[in-house]
Ligand binder design. Sequence first.
Ligand code: ADP
Ligand code: MG
Length: 225
Amino acid sequence: MKLIEVDSVKKSFQVGSSTKDALKPTSFAVEEGEFIAIIGPSGSGKSTLLTIIGGLQQPDEGEVRINEQPFSSKSEKERAALRFQEIGFILQDSNLVPFLTVEKQLQLVNKVEKSSMDQSRKEDLLAGLGIDELKDKYPEDLSGGERQRAAIARALYHEPSVILADEPTASLDTEKAFEVVEILARETKENNNATIMVTHDTRILEYCDRVYVMNDGVLEEKKTN
Ligand code: ADP
Ligand code: MG
């Protein structure tokens, strides 16, 4: 089943008197259990595509379907609800709340959801990510790799069907970068998610099922043979 469908999505920005085509008409799909990478130079449109898939901005034309539900054409409120149910975002700088412990970062998601904290889900996640012993620590007491793992735990906690990671390893050394990508690949397979990771880091592409290259707003699948 296709969890992500991008159908002729296009986005331009007005810069002064000229128009910048950040994303030319783009179509592709990600099946459940697939881990996809998007590479390409800075400014080529990768984040524009990812934020449109996540419903953070709307395309000028085209439609994104998440779990077979039209997404882009919905109202801001409906997009927010669907985003919360279906999508986990992981960004370059973990985006953790400084005054909350690792454990409470997950609870934050839970508060929004207004249900009780799922203790076993939380424990399984933190243990699987190797940060169960850090659950009472604050972000400032964690290394970059640990922070990023906490951010992954938070993104995965509500069991999204779609995971969108924008340069999740950019601030990590090689060893930690491999660890983080391994975790994303494993979670994708275990939970049958659809995961898209934007990266500059070609060393980690071996973990991905397919690789796309973005150049000047044009997305092309990279053939491997
Ligand atoms: P990447 O993530 O590949 O580095 P982006 O998607 O962030 O690239 O940006 C693609 C192009 O669109 C760049 O030229 C960028 O300057 C432009 N762009 C992105 N967002 C905006 C915006 N809100 N306003 C104007 N231009 C933008
Ligand atoms: Mg970007």
